[in-house]
Design a protein around this ligand. Structure first.
Ligand SMILES: [Zn+2]
Length: 370
């Protein structure tokens, strides 16, 4: 419970941070590349995306759909659109001369991966679990409140990957259990071995470091605020190198990956949140480097399996999915065999890892907050 704020030894802190990355040039041409009197944006205006903008000259108050958005002294701001945001958003800049500029943004919809699982939604939690969970959620909620007031320029940087590896779970994937909608996957999973160094994707301040007792679902959870209400959460760590209040620099090792909490295999779950809106880390980070895994792109993402709890019922995992840093989509092979234990496999270790990831997604369903 009082696991956060555990004293950490200075010697645990990783090597000196790499030099701070200067803001990268816009990845996309600004949609409103007009000078001074208009908004300028960097990023794509779509569901699950974050956007860095420059307000028209002289803007003193900025609102997004009626909510105040903080501005830097040079007129920069950060906004984001949740996974299920509607088709438009309204930005209003009020200027010192009394005028106002309104920009109605068209928010592009995205298609989210559907995971139809022929199993019940979950089991009834015990009173002990609920009590522990409520204390954990209170810590997470408090960290998110601090995130809004955290001063850091990390949000302006070009983010880097906290770890590199095979992307095993996409943001936004919607689970459906026997036809009943579950929660969507709120982060991005990267399958990496236990003990892989996790680096700060951008500068920030540590908001929560569950170094003591692992949280029931997130395990050793680390949250870093990047300023402007944007925060990163890293789940299932095996070790945390920093403590609450520490200032971290982009590239600094802040912990090690693992499978603490509810996870059936080692991986890093990285979640980005802006003022309560969940953001997809994939477009925020650069392209994932191609992994050095033989056969990676050809042998994964095909096959079918049955969950141990349901016997013969099968899960499809062949649809378009991001593996090995690229999308692959292959038809189901017809020669899958059911093996003892309920899983069928094509025999490749990568397929087994896919199944581990899938089961982790299934088992992480209830009460996932991060
Ligand atoms: Zn995950």
């Amino acid at each position: 419970m009082a696991g956060m704020a555990m004293a950490m030894l200075a010697s645990c802190v990783g090597p000196p941070p790499s030099p701070t990355t200067v803001i990268a040039p816009p990845p996309h041409a600004p949609s409103h590349a007009l000078p001074s009197g208009s908004f300028v944006f960097r990023g794509t205006i779509s569901q699950g995306a974050m956007l860095i903008g420059t307000a028209p000259n002289g803007t003193t108050v900025l609102t997004l759909d009626g909510e105040a958005v903080p501005l830097t002294s040079d007129g920069r701001f950060l906004i984001a659109f949740g996974r299920d945001h509607g088709p438009s958003a309204t930005l209003i800049a009020r200027r010192s001369d009394g005028s106002a500029i309104t920009d109605t943004l068209a928010v592009l919809p995205r298609l989210w991966r559907l995971e139809e699982l022929p199993i019940p939604k979950g089991t009834t939690p015990t009173p002990e679990f609920l009590a522990q969970r409520s204390a954990e959620l209170a810590q997470i909620k408090a960290a998110r409140v601090i995130a809004v007031a955290t001063q850091s320029d990390g949000w302006r940087q070009a983010f880097i990957w906290p770890v590199t590896g095979r992307i095993s779970g996409l943001f936004g994937a919607q689970r459906v259990y026997n036809g009943e909608k579950g929660s969507f996957h709120s982060g991005l999973d990267v399958a990496v071995p236990q003990g892989t160094p996790v680096r700060a994707p951008a500068d920030g301040v540590v908001l929560l470091a569950a170094s003591g007792d692992p949280f029931t679902l997130e395990g050793h959870l680390l949250m870093v605020g990047h300023g402007m209400g944007l925060d990163s959460a890293f789940l299932h760590l095996s070790h945390i190198d920093v403590k609450v209040g520490d200032v971290v620099r982009q590239g600094q090792v802040i912990g090690e990956s693992g499978m603490s909490g509810r996870a059936t295999g080692p991986h890093l779950h990285w979640a980005l949140t802006w003022r309560g809106e969940r953001i997809d880390p994939l477009p925020v980070a650069p392209p994932m480097p191609a992994p050095d895994v033989p056969g990676c792109a050809s042998s994964v993402a095909k096959g079918r399996a049955s969950h141990p709890a349901t016997g013969s019922q099968r899960l499809r995992i062949d649809d378009q999915f991001r593996f090995c840093g690229q999308f692959v989509s292959e038809p189901l092979p017809s020669d899958q065999k059911n093996l003892a234990g309920g899983l069928s496999t094509d025999g490749s270790p990568i397929f087994q890892q896919v199944m581990n990831d899938l089961l982790q997604v299934i088992s992480g369903e209830i009460f996932t907050e991060i």
